[in-house]
Design a protein around this ligand. Structure first.
Ligand code: SER
Length: 603
């Protein structure tokens, strides 16, 4: 083993895969584009879904990168030794190129070779898929591990719950995986028999063999293209490379923890340690979300709600540590300095990050103390509080539901069976938003490449082009969100659109659809794409070669796809809403109806 910082480890990983002929991709945005099934990018494979499904990638069949990720599923685990909600995932992919043997051999070489990580092979163990009625036991993976010298007692076979990855949505590519574990204690020799339930064995790498597609009927059908999708947690492996037993002792988190110590004037002890760790993780997550190019701000829906939860929870834990003044900005500044080399958008959006953090912190602090008092009153002489009371705390004091649950847990209260239901009923009544729907969105994952969303994605390109034609070439995409029912498109323009302009846009789009224009895809360099007049936004995330989608003479855009092949598949385009979302940004919601509709706008 050699001592490595996170930065050195990342460089080494990318260098290794470059030498194995992989193209290195930049990290994509944290906010998935045109993917209704997830709120955040939770793994490096998310932005690659169309390519895992068979579309050729412009940079080839072997790819690798380090991707910024947010995984809210692990939020309750934050505070232990190894869990974070914001992390960097290193990954390598084979799109129908190498498969099990080469993938496993490369992982083993990178981990154990003296040229690379030089980890002690005697402290390694692996898990493989045990097999069930959908797919057989993965004897092949186990045989490859054995051939590399991993003994039988260190290979555990586990069921789908543990050793199967994806689809993160309801349908899509998935398959058995093999996971690598490392024995972390320095002073205790690794047991000869591997027990995956022993937390001292820390999972460090996952190799997924994506050879199935889960279809709408829930059946696993073999994929024509057999892929490899791997993920290696940067923070965890950094911890191991530094001989530490928790991630917060590495340079990735330590300066954040030190800052919180300084701001609170409090030393860490076993009682308050969790608060330090929660603040460090949540401020890192909040800074990355706010610093992303998509301009998410705290709100009560979708990504904005998660962001709000992070900030408010950190503020409450800051209060527990005795911090009185606003502190989020101070911690965020360190996050930005730590990561701005790899994620320049953080530095670029620094003032925005500071302003939004400060605003949310100030706003929440106005109601935090009285909210805590109200909670204590509700909790007096009771075993539990109800979902209705939790909603009251949310509505009057801005306590996210999860925060109230945390307070209840701290008091040793139990949740009644219909706690969430009661909260949701009131919440829906007041907010028109189903919390369950939000939960579903961020617990699920994979891009839903269903036909409806593909059609709406193509319609989004048409809308973008039509807006430029009607309102002028300075109109640019600011955001896009597609569900199976509708598209939502945000663009730069500083006035309300007139009925006339809206009709013109609709007619242009419907005219293109009626002409049954073909949609074609070409690969070219980003420079050539721009020279040909292609609309190319968010270009920093693309590699040097990009896909360009052309719709007749109507539209040309750099995009990863997928799209329909011909506009005749789209149906009738109808704008259902036009509104303002922020200064200088308008939002259009539109649908595709099977038949031309008589009724136009519903303003
Ligand atoms: N998608 C897999 C994971 O997230 C491997 O990258 O673990």
């Amino acid at each position: 083993m050699k001592f490595l910082t996170a930065k050195q480890l990342k460089e080494l990983y990318l260098q290794f895969f470059k030498e194995k002929d992989h193209a290195i991709l930049p990290s994509a945005s944290l906010i998935p584009e045109n993917d209704p099934t997830v709120l955040f990018t939770t793994a490096g494979m998310h932005p690659l879904v169309p390519f895992l499904m068979g579309q050729p990638h412009p940079l080839g069949k072997r790819l690798a990168n380090a991707q910024k990720c947010i995984r809210t599923q692990d939020i309750d685990e934050v505070g232990d030794e190894t869990h974070t909600t914001c992390f960097e995932m290193m990954g390598n992919w084979s799109l129908g190129d190498y498969f099990k043997e080469e993938a496993i051999k490369m992982s083993y070489e990178f981990l154990t070779s003296s040229k690379w990580l030089n980890l002690d092979s005697k402290r390694l163990a692996v898990t493989c898929f045990a097999g069930d009625s959908d797919a057989p036991k993965d004897e092949e993976a186990a045989r490859i591990w054995l051939s590399l010298g991993v003994p039988n007692e260190r290979i555990a076979f586990l069921p789908k719950k543990n050793n199967w990855w994806g689809p993160a949505g309801n349908t899509g590519p998935c398959g058995p995986d093999t996971e690598m574990f490392y024995w972390t204690p320095n002073d205790i020799p690794a047991p000869s028999v591997f027990n995956p339930a022993d937390k001292r064995w820390v999972e460090i790498w996952n190799n997924v063999f994506m050879q199935y597609n889960k279809n709408k009927e829930g059946k696993y059908e073999p994929l024509a293209q057999k892929n490899v999708d791997t993920g290696l947690g940067l923070e965890r492996v950094t911890m191991i490379m530094q001989g530490k037993t928790n991630i917060f002792d590495t340079e990735v988190f330590k300066p954040l923890i030190e800052k919180v110590k300084e701001l609170s004037g409090t030393e860490i002890n076993s009682e308050n340690q969790k608060s330090f760790r929660i603040i460090a993780d949540h401020m890192r997550a909040a800074t990355f979300i706010l610093g992303d190019e998509k301009g998410i701000v705290p709100s009560n829906v979708d990504q904005g709600y998660i962001l709000r939860r992070y900030i408010r929870r950190a503020v409450r834990h800051g209060r527990l540590l005795g911090i009185e003044k606003n502190f989020c900005k101070d911690v965020a500044e360190i996050v930005i300095n730590n990561h701005k080399m790899d994620y320049p958008e953080l530095e670029k959006n620094k003032q925005f990050v500071f302003k939004e953090l400060d605003k949310e912190e100030t706003r929440f602090k106005e109601t935090l103390d009285s909210g805590i008092r109200l909670f204590s009153k509700m909790a007096e002489k009771k075993e539990s509080i109800s979902g209705k009371e939790a909603f009251l705390l949310f509505q009057s004091h801005g306590f996210p539901l999860e925060m109230t649950k945390e307070l209840m847990l701290e008091k040793g209260m139990r949740l009644s069976a219909n706690f969430d239901k009661e909260f949701n009923e009131d919440f829906q009544r007041h907010q028109e938003l189903s919390r369950l729907a939000t939960e579903k969105k961020f617990s699920s994952g994979l891009a839903d490449t269903q036909f409806e969303t593909i059609k709406l994605h193509t319609a989004t390109h048409l809308l973008h082009a039509a807006l430029k034609k009607v309102l002028g070439p300075n109109v640019n995409q600011k955001g896009s969100n597609i569900t199976a029912e509708r598209l939502r498109f945000d663009f730069s323009y500083d006035q309300k659109m007139t009925q006339e302009q809206l009709k013109q846009v609709e007619s242009l789009v419907n005219d293109a659809i009626k002409r049954k224009l073909p949609v074609t895809r070409e690969e070219m360099s980003i420079e050539d794409a721009k020279a040909q007049g292609a609309t190319a936004l968010f270009t920093s995330k693309y590699g040097e070669k990009v896909s360009v989608y052309t719709i007749g003479e109507f539209s040309k855009e750099v995009c990863t796809g997928p799209h329909v092949n011909n506009l005749s598949e789209l149906g009738h385009f109808r704008i259902i809403k036009e509104e303002s979302v922020a200064a200088g940004v308008r939002r259009i919601k539109a649908i595709l109806a099977p038949e031309p509709q008589e009724k136009y706008m519903s303003h």
